[in-house]
Write a protein that binds this ligand. Structure first.
Ligand code: SAH
Length: 345
């Protein structure tokens, strides 16, 4: 499609080079590109009308060319534990969510990459209606910019663990991460960003090749191919060992952390034999395991987390087999902001 039939990405999806090209085409001096870029990516000002350091005629030109921001904040819900859940509306009326989780000095933002999700983990609300569409770069970038503006400070960590499967939208996700980590933007350290994925091995290799310097989390949930297929029916990668090997390769190549995420569900994947399989698949590789007791979800009231005792026994079993492991606690449950509770409704 040619430039004039397709609307350009909203401002938040534009690189500095894009803005320099825009300024050149409009006969604007080059320093204006840097100024626009900084206003958006570093100062998180998405509404050009407020950027009064730019002449009015220029702001009008920018708004005409790039259109309105990609997102609009509809609602911010605050949990008793300080967790904040943001509901954003998109230009086509679709809605997405982002969550900010405070923990000591940390402020972690959980960002969405798609509307809906094709992976359909049976225990996750985000996949109930399948995939609706990919998010654009601007729609991903703006989630962080809006949360930063709302907090009045830059969050400390980003996890790509909201709605959607980031590696099935890898180009937009990669572009968003490059904007967040740009020194003239928010200058976010890639070491404080984690991309979470259900697969595939090939996409994980591609992410390693993109050389973003981010950490990787693999959503495994099953310790053998059969139980993983039952829990993650839409998984783009069925083979447990392939995923674990790809994660280990990622860690080796990028010198960043690779972790395995494993949601514990009573009676389904929480028995000691599952822990033994998992330990066998991981042993000898530099991979950390995060055990996450299931958060209840409305669409599957039959699924429950294990007792604390059983969860500990699972963790101990891994530890005895020399696998490094953490047993996680829950946040933001009272506002449906916990992992797996982000839904389209
Ligand atoms: N599609 C990507 C990103 C989504 S984040 C991925 O699969 O990695 C997915 C993570 O959310 C899972 O690894 C799991 O840690 C968490 N999760 C999803 N549903 C959950 C639930 N009901 N309870 C606890 N954690 C859940």
């Amino acid at each position: 499609m040619s430039e004039d039939t397709q609307a350009p990405e909203p401002l938040a999806g534009q690189t500095r080079a894009d803005l320099e090209a825009f300024c050149a085409a409009e006969g604007l001096p080059r320093f204006r590109a840097a100024q626009i870029y900084r206003a958006v990516q570093a100062e998180c000002r998405l509404d050009m009308e407020e950027v009064t350091t730019l002449p009015l005629s220029m702001r009008t030109k920018i708004m005409e060319h790039f259109g309105p921001p990609a997102t609009e904040t509809v609602e911010v819900q605050v949990s008793d534990d300080g967790t904040r859940k943001y509901l954003f509306a998109l230009h086509d009326g679709k809605r997405i969510e982002a969550v900010m989780i405070p923990e000591g000095k940390r402020k972690t933002v959980c960002v969405s990459s798609q509307v809906g999700c094709p992976v359909r983990c049976i225990f996750c609300a985000s996949g109930v209606e399948g995939l609706i569409r990919n998010l654009s770069t601007a729609e991903i970038v703006e989630q962080l910019l809006r949360v930063t503006a709302d907090l009045g400070e830059r969050p400390t960590n980003i996890v790509m663990m909201g709605m959607g499967e980031p590696l099935l939208n890898i180009d937009a996700v990669t572009d968003a991460i490059r904007l967040w980590t740009d020194k003239d933007g928010l200058n976010f350290s890639p070491r404080r960003i984690t991309v979470s994925t259900a697969g595939t091995a090939a996409r994980i290799d591609r992410l390693a090749g993109a050389d973003l310097g981010v950490h990787l989390a693999i959503s495994l949930h099953g310790s053998d191919d059969k139980s993983r297929a039952a829990l993650v029916p839409g998984s783009p990668e069925g083979r447990v060992q392939q995923l674990i090997d790809a994660a280990a390769r990622y860690a080796r190549r990028t010198k960043r952390d690779a972790t395995v995420e494993y949601v514990l569900i009573a009676g389904m994947n929480d028995q000691l034999r599952h822990a033994e399989y998992l330990a066998d698949a991981i042993r000898g590789r530099h991979i950390h395991v995060n055990l996450i007791p299931l958060n209840p979800v409305k669409h599957r009231p039959d699924l429950r987390p294990p007792s604390i005792r059983d969860a500990r026994a699972f963790a101990d079993c891994l530890e005895h087999r020399h696998v490094s492991v953490t047993l996680r606690t829950q946040r933001g449950e009272d506002i449906d902001a916990a992992c797996g509770q982000l839904a389209l409704e």
